[in-house]
Design a protein around this ligand. Structure first.
Ligand SMILES: CC(C)(COP(=O)(O)OP(=O)(O)OC[C@H]1O[C@@H](n2cnc3c(N)ncnc32)[C@H](O)[C@@H]1OP(=O)(O)O)[C@@H](O)C(=O)NCCC(=O)NCCS
Length: 175
């Protein structure tokens, strides 16, 4: 089955409903109820990749946020991987690995420095992602105060630059 690039700008109402149905089937924690109404968890993103079955139904999905991180006084372009999922009937067939390989090639070709995700290492380590513990992002306390929260992440260098050793700041929310 082929991995298909789906720009967000191409999504009509029927495709939106199909994506939300898949996300709702795959993500089942209480907070995932957001997928009933929107095709993203926190922020919209411009790029996604899907795999369809023989009936042309979408059975696997991965999104990419265009983001930057800041470290060592410079900015790095990152692709932020989000909402990776495979329909329960199709799991264990390497569809995540196939989508991630396409995405990494796409990011590399467009000059991104890193692919970054917040997820389980056992899913992504065979795709070349490594765990890092020096990333912080903008979080807000219940009383509305903004602070930088540390968050374990997985990264894949794409441009031959190693992931910075000191604090790496992701402006905005995590994805
Ligand atoms: C996580 C999920 C996307 C994996 O889909 P999949 O079709 O099984 O993925 P793949 O077959 O491409 O497997 C990718 C890797 O993850 C591993 N993996 C997947 N599920 C696993 C599990 N439950 N336990 C251990 N390893 C697992 C596979 O063994 C493979 O690793 P390998 O290359 O070292 O063998 C799917 O279970 C899912 O949609 N879950 C619900 C949504 C979710 O949690 N998304 C992940 C957010 S980080």
């Amino acid at each position: 089955m082929e991995v298909e690039y789906l720009p967000d700008s191409s999504i009509d109402a029927s495709l939106d409903a199909e994506l939300r149905a898949l996300l709702t089937t795959c993500f089942t924690k209480p907070q995932d109820v957001v997928f009933k109404d929107q095709r993203y968890f926190c922020e919209p993103y411009p790029h996604r990749w899907v795999i369809r079955d023989t009936n042309y139904s979408i059975i696997a999905h991965a999104g990419i946020h265009e983001k930057v991180v800041e470290a060592d006084g410079r900015r790095y372009r990152i692709g932020g991987l989000a909402e990776v999922c495979v329909h329960p009937d199709y799991r264990g067939q390497g569809f995540v690995k196939a989508m991630v390989a396409c995405i990494d090639d796409w990011l590399f070709a467009r000059g991104y420095d890193f692919a970054v995700l917040f997820g389980e290492s056992y899913i992504y380590q065979s795709s070349g992602y490594v765990e890092v513990s020096n990333l912080v992002y903008d979080e807000v306390t219940p009383s509305g105060e903004k602070y930088k929260a540390p968050e374990p992440a997985m990264v894949k260098p794409l441009a031959g630059i190693p992931w910075p050793a000191g604090e790496v700041y992701l402006p905005g929310p995590k994805f």
